[in-house]
Design a protein around this ligand. Structure first.
Ligand SMILES: [Ca+2]
Ligand SMILES: [Ca+2]
Length: 238
């Protein structure tokens, strides 16, 4: 489904580990989320363009009821992108303005985006310590022979863009492997967004906490999704 996911929960680490080459964002790549304290995009508001581990910093903790945005944003009940419990899960479309579902209003305490910091639909992967994209993160746009602090800790992931990525159960691109292509494809005006959401390792057929390295491209016989999926326009999606 053409939805953004946002969540609610608890965890404490804000370190971001990256494996990537630098790029430059273009004008069409402007990712943002404007959160409003009232319904129907009213009241106090704040435009987020970067990770925000604690919304109290901008006086928006447990306050947002509606939003406009572009990109895939992950929203959490607890600060620091949440850790362990409270599997509250809220969804909304990747590009739109709208009211958040009632159980998601006035509860979000941290937020961050998935995907490349350089371009909205650049080839990229985000690996998360917790299921449904919670907790510490390892992210990048190039091969990673090891995952640093997230070694044997990954419980969910998001792939963005047109490239597949192959995930391995041992360091240095060895062990069991599975490749993942984006399986959700959207077009809104001149903006394209392709992504795959893997909320837990069961979907990949790998044991939890088993991923240890990452390679660009589809280098496995086991494939999730397929290349070049057809994009749907936002207007036609419902
Ligand atoms: Ca909260
Ligand atoms: Ca884990």
């Amino acid at each position: 489904m053409n939805f953004l996911v946002f969540l609610g929960h608890l965890v404490f680490v804000t370190s971001i580990i990256r494996s990537e080459k630098a790029g430059v964002a273009g004008a069409d790549d402007f990712r943002y989320l404007t959160g409003y304290a009232g319904l129907n995009q009213t009241g106090a508001h704040y435009q987020f363009t970067e990770y925000m581990p604690d919304l109290s910093v901008v006086q928006m903790d447990n306050t947002i009821e509606s939003s406009c945005g572009v990109g895939y944003w992950l929203l959490y009940d607890e600060v620091d992108y949440d850790p362990l419990t409270n599997e509250t899960e809220c969804h909304f479309r990747p590009y739109e303005c709208g009211n958040w579902s009632p159980q998601c209003q006035n509860m979000v305490s941290s937020l961050r985006y998935a995907g490349s910091p350089y371009g909205l639909n650049d080839d990229y992967y985000n690996l998360y310590e917790g299921t449904i994209f919670r907790g510490k993160e390892f992210r990048g746009n190039t091969n990673a022979a090891d995952l640093g602090d997230l070694d044997m800790a990954v419980s969910s992931l998001i792939v963005t863009g047109q490239s597949a990525w192959t995930f391995y159960t041992d360091v240095n691109l060895t062990g069991s492997d599975v490749c993942v292509y984006a399986d959700e494809h959207y077009t809104y005006g001149t903006i394209d967004l392709d992504y795959a959401l893997v909320q837990d390792m069961e979907k990949l057929g790998l044991p939890d906490n088993s991923i240890r390295s990452v390679a660009r491209g589809c280098l496995s016989d086991r494939v999730l999704g397929q290349p070049g999926g057809e994009r749907r326009s936002q207007d036609a999606s419902n």
